[in-house]
Design a protein around this ligand. Structure first.
Ligand SMILES: NC(=O)c1ccc[n+]([C@@H]2O[C@H](COP(=O)([O-])OP(=O)(O)OC[C@H]3O[C@@H](n4cnc5c(N)ncnc54)[C@H](OP(=O)(O)O)[C@@H]3O)[C@@H](O)[C@H]2O)c1
Length: 272
């Protein structure tokens, strides 16, 4: 666990909490987490970034500092391990003295038919995305209550639209919503909201497009176009489409919004 080279500050003299708001972002080394970190940095948050890849986190920390973050700290951790979320929260509190926003974004569920997926794959999908979210909320809760802060949990449109090839991710995403709504109803709770991304261009979507291309004997471009047409969307989303929603939900403009679920999918979800 370390501190971003780009941001040498820690708690203020006398052990006082930092004067600017602090956001923890999980899965911040790339993809949506990186975009969320940059967006919150440009909104004036100090950022506490966590994922496994220490070098990638350092690079994101430097970019956050350039984007305006008053402090950018990194906490390399395998968040599927039960003790890690609390360890990260403790370390953030030691270094900054406050937590104002928590974005639970880390996730990596295996796609596939439930008849072929193993118990281990199911358990690891839940361990990283669902259990780490609960553990982060539990550890950060008193600090978020104190700051009247905000939690944003990143679920996914599979929460609402079950698919036979998404039998781990779908249930994990549904569980994220159920937990978030329940947590938001605790007396004195910070605001807790959920964002369900659709098909956003990150490494995760690239892997899907490449698998589709291989399965159907298509070029990457042709596979992407065929997938897009099958999904009935005009285009794939960009990480900034999700980070803008997260930034809004963390801001005071969203002060009356809690226990809510926001779909950002370019119209992919067929139901109402
Ligand atoms: N992209 C989409 O279209 C889409 C759609 C719906 C929902 N989502 C959800 O959005 C979230 C982010 O997706 P993404 O597309 O940005 O995925 P991504 O590009 O694959 O990034 C996943 C992030 O999670 C981190 N991570 C993976 N395993 C980890 C572990 N064991 N411990 C700590 N961190 C770990 C990765 O960092 P390290 O490898 O450095 O650990 C990385 O920062 C996920 O929860 C995903 O389910 C995405």
């Amino acid at each position: 666990m370390g501190q971003g080279r780009s941001a040498p500050q820690t708690r203020q003299p006398g052990g006082r909490a930092m004067s600017h708001p602090i956001a923890i972002i999980t899965g911040a080394s790339r993809g949506l987490g990186r975009a969320i970190a940059l967006d919150l940095a440009s909104a004036g948050y100090g950022v506490a970034l966590t994922a496994r890849d220490a070098a990638a986190l350092e690079a994101v920390a430097q970019d956050c500092t350039k984007a305006g973050a008053p402090v950018a700290l990194t906490y390399p951790a395998d968040l599927s391990q039960p003790g890690e979320p609390a360890r990260v929260v403790d370390e953030v509190m030691k270094q900054t003295g406050r937590i104002d926003a928590l974005v639970n974004n880390a996730g990596d569920t295996q796609r596939g038919d439930f008849l072929t997926l193993t118990d281990e794959q199911h358990l690891s999908g839940f361990a990283l995305k669902y259990h780490a979210t609960v553990r982060f909320c539990r550890a950060a809760w008193p600090h978020l209550e104190a700051s009247k802060g905000a939690v944003v949990n990143i679920s996914g449109i599979g929460a609402h639209t079950p698919e036979p090839e998404f039998t781990i991710g779908g249930p994990v995403n549904s569980a994220m919503i159920n937990f978030s709504k329940a947590a938001s109803k605790r007396p004195g709770a910070p605001r807790v909201n959920v964002v369900c991304p659709g098909h956003i261009e990150t490494d995760r979507l690239s892997r899907r497009i490449e698998a589709y291309a291989e399965k159907h004997g298509l070029s990457r471009e042709a596979a992407a176009e065929e997938m897009r047409a099958e999904l009935g969307i005009a285009q794939f989303g960009q990480p900034g489409d999700i980070s803008a929603m997260v930034r809004y939900l963390c801001s005071d403009q969203a002060r009356y919004i809690t226990g809510a679920v926001f779909t950002v999918d370019g119209g992919a979800t067929p139901g109402i």
